[in-house]
Design a protein around this ligand. Structure first.
Ligand SMILES: [Zn+2]
Length: 339
């Protein structure tokens, strides 16, 4: 690669590196890192990695400051914070769970290319996502319903609480001037295919699926975005082969990450719950939706403390408020108008 050909945007960088990577793959005996302008591409466990030092420089954050296994890049509101061999990465104040841990390769702290492109970039620069600002409506998907109760809690079922949050959020969004479509508005069973069909009819909408968690004494809130192609899911939702399929939801990888950021920030702030981070999955509604989408898990019905909060109308109003804030934050972040 010509050294003087300095790429200006991340997209250019990645195009250049993809070519370089293909060249490396055709010469598997070549183990040396690939240099292109600012960037050095390293191979580890069959994946592409980039030095965090270069990532910090690219975004104007400055160099990596290390303390034991931990590191920080940047200061104030513009930081990347994590640790070697850990998948937890705080991008500014947003806790994200990387698809692959930060890895030290020959003494250099590196992030996987897929995490850089599909997570760090859209979280830090959502305004770079083309066409993302066209949003005039919101599809609210109350999880479960009818014969499908979802998680069962002593103070109520998941299906009841998700519908209550959806109705509250619908009211807030409508009053703020958004067109709102509900995948269900009563205690009825709606097939996943029908939920997605409703959503995919709207050309300029966001899709927000509302759920509550269960599983032992787990606690806190988490937000799922569709797994990019080739990375593992963090939930039990599909066969491993699905990793290599490009689903309709993958056409919105960048918007999905930006919407997850807006949603999770609002959910953590409003709920006051433990922050479990932004995660990846191939839940049916995320992989088949052709519009930007997220799935929120707003607490654990299997945890007595979480359950008491979820059962309180005040808490559910906070979650509904977080959904309105998420939509507003997303539109502001991608450079669209604010309502
Ligand atoms: Zn659920």
């Amino acid at each position: 690669m010509p050294y003087h050909d300095r790429p200006r945007t991340l997209r250019e960088v990645l195009r250049t590196l993809t070519l370089a990577s293909a060249a490396l793959l055709s010469h598997p005996a070549v183990a040396a890192p690939i240099q292109s302008g600012l960037w050095t591409l390293l191979k580890y466990a069959g994946r592409d990695y980039l030095p965090l030092e270069q990532v910090g420089r690219f975004y104007g954050f400055g160099g990596v400051q290390r303390s034991g296994a931990g590191f920080v890049i940047g200061s104030g509101d513009r930081t990347l914070r994590g640790a070697a061999d850990s998948s937890d990465l705080h991008i500014s104040r947003i806790k994200c769970i990387l698809s692959y841990p930060v890895t030290e390769i020959s003494g250099i702290l590196c992030i996987s290319r897929v995490d850089l492109v599909k997570l760090v970039e859209p979280v830090l620069r959502p305004f770079k996502i083309e066409g993302a600002s066209r949003v005039d409506s919101v599809v609210l998907d109350a999880g479960h319903g009818g014969s499908d109760c979802g998680a069962v809690g002593r103070l109520g079922d998941e299906k009841t609480f998700t519908l209550d949050v959806a109705l509250r959020a619908s009211d807030l969004l409508a009053r703020a001037g958004y067109k709102v479509v509900l995948t269900r508005s009563s205690d009825e069973y709606v097939a996943l295919e029908d939920r997605v069909r409703v959503a995919n009819r709207l050309p300029a909408a966001l899709f927000i699926s509302i759920h509550f968690n269960s599983g032992g004494l787990g606690t806190g809130v988490e937000t799922y975005a569709m797994s990019p192609r080739g990375v593992p899911s963090m939930s039990v939702d599909s066969a491993p082969v699905a990793e290599f399929v490009a689903y309709p939801g993958n056409a919105r990888d960048s918007e999905n990450a930006a919407l997850a950021t807006a949603t999770h920030a609002a959910l953590v702030a409003r709920s006051g719950m433990f922050d479990r981070g932004i995660k990846r999955s191939r839940f049916f509604v995320l992989r088949e939706a052709s519009l930007p989408g997220v799935l929120m898990e707003a607490g654990f019905l299997s945890n007595p403390e979480d359950m008491h909060r979820i059962a309180s109308p005040w808490y559910r109003q906070q979650v509904a408020g977080a959904i309105l804030e998420a939509v507003r934050n997303y539109r502001r972040a991608v450079g669209g108008q604010t309502v």
